[in-house]
Write a protein that binds this ligand. Structure first.
Ligand code: PNS
Length: 165
């Protein structure tokens, strides 16, 4: 069974993340979306809120292949989370070339930490998702811009509530 972990902050989930999940579901039998408590960034939403937003986003979603998709929080090292779930693969979306430097470094670190037991698979973001980053979405929402082209409706509502819009 091919088990993949798609880790991230997901603060909050965007249509770009959902597109990566959709495409990764063709590559694995099970995808565990790992919501990281430790990503080195301060978060707007709690881990529980981010998990709820993801669960709502994937609930009515039709995946192209037979693939189980679940959401879980983790507060450990990513490689320990993979080992706990007997996962062999990390999936990461890459939007711009500049993302790749950070991603390549992280994948090399994880490979080394896991004694070269796990692989990272990079999926290049499709053109319409290349501008979508959670950190920009939060700023746009906070300053009264329309984020509806970038996030599911329930995420827009959650952002509106956070920012008292
Ligand atoms: O969506 P992000 O913030 O780019 O995701 C980064 C994430 C969560 C994948 C990374 O910070 C991570 O793996 N955190 C878990 C702790 C860990 O294993 N750190 C060492 C690798 S950087």
């Amino acid at each position: 069974m091919r088990i993949a972990v798609y880790p991230g902050s997901f603060d909050p989930v965007t249509l770009g993340h959902l597109n990566i999940i959709h495409r990764a579901s063709k590559l694995a039998d099970k995808i565990i979306i790992g919501v990281a408590a430790h990503s080195g960034k301060s978060a707007l939403f709690s881990v529980e809120e981010r998990i709820d937003l993801l669960n709502t986003a994937i609930k009515n979603y039709e995946y192209p292949a037979e693939c189980a998709v679940v959401v879980e929080g983790f507060d450990s090292l990513l490689i320990h989370f993979l080992q706990e779930h007997k996962a062999q693969m990390v999936v990461r979306g890459v939007r711009q070339y500049s993302d790749f430097e950070y991603e390549a470094q992280m994948s090399a670190l994880n490979a080394q930490l896991s004694n070269y037991d796990i692989e990272t698979v990079f999926l290049a973001a499709h053109a319409e998702y290349q501008s979508i980053a959670s950190r920009f979405i939060k700023q746009v929402a906070e300053l009264g811009g329309d984020v509806s082209p970038f996030v599911p409706q329930h995420v827009k509502s959650a952002l509106d509530t956070k920012f008292n819009v």
